[in-house]
Design a protein around this ligand. Structure first.
Ligand SMILES: O=C(O)CCCC[C@@H]1SC[C@@H]2NC(=O)N[C@@H]21
Length: 249
């Protein structure tokens, strides 16, 4: 596979919005869109995503012929690739994934992933795989504690990587996971993701659109949905929403 080009913008509203505009104008990618600054970065569930200068805001625009449910598996590739990026610079043992696609350092959120998609005019789906990494700064005043890579560097690393360097490491890592996914299918990707994910076997609360349900996490289904065992013994499969592990909220 030839390397996916990386477009570095000084500023945009949101790299995901930029990817969407390009897809709707007929671009098929693959293309990484990276911005040094986002003026309207967006997060999941309609939240804003703050990306200070020095942090990475990147979106991979790609198209696929896979059905939507399968295409959504890119979220696992994104989490794994971002964990690889952080592990290349962070003190050992601190990086972990939190279902479904947050990447944490020492238990605090350091990465946000937002996948957007639509029908492409040329057929298939376009996907905007948006990844924000707190390389240099962590936002304050967030609902849950956030951290940055800069606060957890390996002892032999003085500074977090530049936006350019981090984007390249991320793009390379994503390409490796994507290649495995395309050639071997989802199971090896899911296995690797489970091995690096915390909280899949303890108390958890899922906050969905209209309800919050608490139970005990019991691993994931073959499609990556979280299995949540409720007090009455029934099992709920959670495929989207905020999940808080280790506590009832
Ligand atoms: O809420 C989350 O955790 C997801 C945050 C995703 C932020 C990234 S930054 C790059 C891309 N562009 C955006 O506007 N959002 C995503």
């Amino acid at each position: 596979m030839s390397p996916v080009p990386i477009l570095l913008l000084d500023q945009t509203d949101s790299t995901n919005a930029e990817a969407r505009r390009r897809a709707e104008a007929g671009e098929v990618g693959p293309q990484w869109i990276v911005a040094r600054r986002q003026t309207s970065g967006r997060g999941r569930r309609g939240r804003a995503w703050e990306s200070e200068t020095g942090n990475l805001a990147a979106t991979l625009l790609m198209t696929t012929q896979k059905p939507a449910a399968e295409a959504a598996q890119v979220t696992f590739l994104a989490a794994l690739a971002t964990a690889d990026l952080l592990e290349a610079f962070a003190a050992p043992g601190r990086v972990a994934i939190k279902w479904p696609n947050d990447v944490m350092i020492a238990g605090d959120k350091a990465v946000g992933i937002l996948i957007e998609s639509g029908t492409h005019s040329m057929g298939g789906l376009w996907l905007a795989v948006g990844i924000g990494v707190n390389l240099a700064h962590a936002p304050t005043g967030t609902e849950r504690p956030a951290t940055s890579l800069a606060a957890h560097l390996r002892s032999d690393v003085a500074y977090p990587p530049s936006v350019e360097a981090a984007a390249q490491v991320l793009a390379d890592a994503f390409a490796v996971w994507q290649q495995r996914w395309e050639t071997l299918g989802f199971q090896p990707v899911l296995d690797a993701w489970v091995a690096r994910t915390q909280g899949l076997d303890g108390p958890a609360t899922a906050r969905l659109d209209h309800e919050a349900i608490s139970g005990v996490a019991d691993g994931v289904a073959p499609d990556g949905a979280l299995r949540l065992k409720l007090a009455d013994g029934s099992m709920r499969l959670i495929s989207a929403g905020d999940v808080f592990f280790g506590e009832a909220v």
